[in-house]
Write a protein that binds this ligand. Structure first.
Ligand code: C2E
Ligand code: MG
Ligand code: MG
Ligand code: MG
Length: 280
């Protein structure tokens, strides 16, 4: 009967909702054990100086090797980690892992470049971010100038006073700071000069559509703002020679993207640095 089919439609909708929620719930449960079970790994993507043709930095990106589902994208698990607060211990682990690994590359003479770590808003709500960073640096022995924190505009703009205070302390230590996904956060440009950052990272949406005059104009203006505020600029998501040529013509030389290198596990980076003369 029609009554039955209506009920069936509802059940199908219901079961899809459930499937989504069940995956979410089971991932959340598994995420709580993932650190203890060593399921996280860090991959590193090069930042490339396109004029000198050298690697000038790396971005550390988190990967979760789930025992049943395989590699799970940060796009799926970072929001869960943020909602549950698990992002805090995960970021502590990242900081220690990345600082120790970077010191190893220095000691082995493999490379001396800054490695950046993405910071969630949650990390700025934790009062002791400064202490945690200092602890990771001193335990590893890494010089602070080789650590960079990537934050988004929304973090910097919400609770600006507190964020600026924490970032200023870190900057005084020598830690570098960059504004990630710049241009997508609806930030008020009027405050940009008050945030203590070294680098603006132009979001990949602008690079992807850089053939459009309007996007080109935005890229060009981000580069001008960075230059006028004495900040460096990095273009994200660079995939084609055309994009590189355009970015260079606009005065951007440091780039990150699949064209130059995908995020790589530690064991591939030794070879990478051998093939791609790093600054040592
Ligand atoms: P993000 O910080 O903006 O990182 C850039 C993302 O773009 C990375 O995705 C990277 O793999 C990808 N990408 C780089 N070059 C290209 C390219 O040429 N083309 C395309 N299509 N994509 C490119 P990934 O690793 O999946 O990370 C996604 C986001 O998850 C990151 O965006 C970051 O916001 C977040 N994330 C990753 N690791 C961490 C972490 O340890 N902590 C926190 N809080 N967030 C993280
Ligand atoms: Mg980033
Ligand atoms: Mg980004
Ligand atoms: Mg992004």
């Amino acid at each position: 009967s029609s009554k039955d089919s209506g009920k069936n439609k509802f059940s199908i909708f219901d079961s899809e909702m459930n499937r989504h929620q069940l995956r979410r719930m089971s991932l959340e449960k598994d995420l709580r054990k993932a650190l203890a079970q060593s399921e996280f790994m860090v991959v590193y993507q090069p930042k490339w100086d396109s004029l000198m043709n050298v690697t000038v930095g790396l971005e550390a990106l988190l990967r979760w090797r789930h025992p049943e589902h395989g590699i799970i994208s940060p796009a799926e698990f970072i929001p869960i980690a943020e909602e549950t607060g698990l992002i805090v211990p995960i970021t502590y682990w990242m900081l220690h892992e990345v600082c120790s690994q970077n010191l190893l590359w220095h000691k082995e003479g493999v490379a001396s470049v800054a490695v950046s770590i993405n910071m969630s808003a949650r990390m700025f709500e934790t009062e002791d971010l400064y202490e945690v960073v200092v602890d990771a640096l001193s335990r590893s022995g890494l010089d602070p100038q080789y650590l960079e924190l990537e934050i988004t505009e929304s973090i910097a703009m919400n609770n600006m006073e507190e964020t600026v205070a924490q970032l200023s302390k870190l900057r005084r230590l020598g830690v570098r700071v960059s504004l990630d996904d710049f241009g997508t956060g609806f930030s008020s440009l009027g405050n940009l000069d008050e945030i203590p950052v070294n680098t603006l990272k132009i979001d990949q949406v602008f690079i992807r559509k850089s053939k459009m005059h309007s996007k080109k104009a935005i890229i060009s203006n981000i580069i001008a703002i960075a230059s006028n505020l004495n900040m460096e600029v990095v273009a994200e998501g660079v995939e084609t020679p055309e994009q590189i040529e355009l970015l260079q013509s606009l005065g951007c030389r440091v780039m990150q993207g699949y064209y130059y290198g995908r995020p790589m596990p530690v064991h591939e980076l030794g070879q990478w640095f051998t093939d791609n003369a790093a600054v040592v």
